[in-house]
Design a protein. Structure first.
Length: 425
């Protein structure tokens, strides 16, 4: 006997009725996306959107990059290991060898490689734990407007009040300092130096300092190379480890593969995630100097710390884009294109734009009216462009186009952005 086939119809409101209220990006971009390629996303009605968001920086090489996709499909087709915890696999070996040959050795970086859980917050948590374990101290210094993740340890070194409020418990063992430029021309480290030197200051000597060279979520705040060098020397002089969070700004976003390369510093610990897989697959690294590798086996672990499909696409990305300096040069060239267009737009709205800043292919435009960026982003969506806001009051339009974007695609998105800003004046 053949039973009648049950026909089910999709609930058009399933996102509203079933998914948690915590969802956010879908509220600003109210459509249902169906496919993506290169610099574009397409919704289920077939409308194209230029993507200046790129998965919050997880898609530096664009959507469904054909080279990375080909490597992934070949691996899956031959039944390559998908889940392997921290077991040794051919995919992991190929990635480690490529990372060493293409990235670490040419830069004379001596790092050991740790695979924590597959997110940026996992890498930050591992970095904080390791720093405290090595130094035997609890306090970690962070900076105003920093963002390092939403888990409790990472949240404790994050500056945003709204995000911190979601913890539900006290966020302790961290001390905030002013980021570069936060106090205008006043030295950010004078107060810190005094506290460290004064036995009556009440400051317990920190284990580490954690910093982003460009604060993405904080409003595209760019640290100067000299400021970073001064920070590195301060850490060395006072026996503190320097952690650079390169989760969003690494993998070429600012030009060089690591965002700290321009300053000439060598951090003790570096966290990497987002675009390290190259394909939007979850993957994270915690890199640290060999003498810091005092972990006991299994002391920090996670079920998905060995994402083998991500190893495959990461290896393909490194081999394709980082065996020479062409990607870095292209990113800096595209960055000049963005800077010129934003300067033009800013000149047209002098009374409204507070400033334009960025490096490589991460840029921000800050408005005096803290609601203006959100209005412009909403209008940009209506016109076919995905762009988000950042900063403590969402007062900054934040541009993160793919590193593989063409000049024409970049122009298309920038012209839409300029129109959105003009029409929300």
């Amino acid at each position: 006997m053949t039973l009648p086939r049950t026909v089910t119809h999709p609930d058009p409101d399933v996102f509203e009725t079933l998914e948690s209220e915590v969802r956010s990006y879908c509220r600003g971009w109210p459509t249902v996306f169906d496919r993506a390629r290169g610099s574009y996303l397409y919704d289920e009605r077939g409308r194209a959107y230029v993507d200046f968001f790129t998965g919050a920086g997880s898609l530096n090489y664009g959507h469904n990059n054909p080279i990375l996709k080909g490597a992934l499909l070949d691996y899956l087709q031959r039944d390559g290991v998908t889940h392997g915890l921290d077991m040794s696999t051919t995919a992991k070996r190929a990635f480690l060898e490529t990372l060493q040959d293409v990235i670490l050795k040419p830069r004379e970086l001596p790092y050991k490689v740790m695979f924590p859980g597959p997110t940026g917050a996992n890498a930050v948590e591992a970095a904080l734990k390791l720093a405290r374990k090595v130094k035997g101290r609890e306090t970690v210094v962070s900076f105003t407007n920093a963002f390092h993740g939403m888990t409790l340890g990472a949240l404790a070194v994050t500056g945003n009040t709204f995000k911190r409020a979601g913890a539900g418990v006290p966020l302790v063992h961290s001390t905030p300092l002013p980021y570069d430029g936060y106090l205008d021309d006043v030295s950010s480290f004078a107060w810190f130096e005094r506290l460290l030197a004064d036995k009556g200051s009440g400051l317990d000597r920190p284990a580490a300092v954690i910093v982003e060279t460009v604060q993405g979520e904080g409003g595209i705040n760019v640290a100067g190379a000299g400021w970073l060098r001064e920070l590195a020397e301060l850490c060395r002089h006072h026996d503190m480890l320097l952690i650079v969070d390169d989760v969003q700004m690494g993998c070429g976003r600012t030009g060089a593969f690591f965002s700290f390369e321009e300053s000439g510093i060598v951090p003790d610990i570096v966290t990497v995630s987002k675009s390290i897989s190259g394909y939007g697959l979850p993957m994270a690294l915690c890199l640290f100097k060999p003498e810091l590798d005092i972990w006991e086996p299994g002391e920090h672990n996670g079920t998905f710390r060995g994402n083998n499909p991500a190893f495959v696409t990461a290896t393909a990305a490194l081999n394709t884009y980082w065996r020479d300096d062409q990607m870095e040069k292209q990113t800096l060239l595209r960055g000049e294109q963005v800077a010129q267009e934003l300067a033009t737009v800013s000149a047209e709205h002098l009374e409204e734009v507070k400033g334009v800043r960025g490096r490589g292919l991460v840029w921000g435009m800050e408005f005096h009216d803290t609601h203006r960026a959100a209005r412009a982003a909403a209008r940009a969506f209506e016109l076919g462009l995905l762009v988000e806001t950042s900063g403590p009051d969402s007062e900054v339009l934040k541009l993160l186009p793919p590193l593989t974007v063409t000049p024409d695609e970049l122009d298309e998105g920038l012209h839409v952005l300029a129109r959105a800003i003009r029409e929300t004046a």
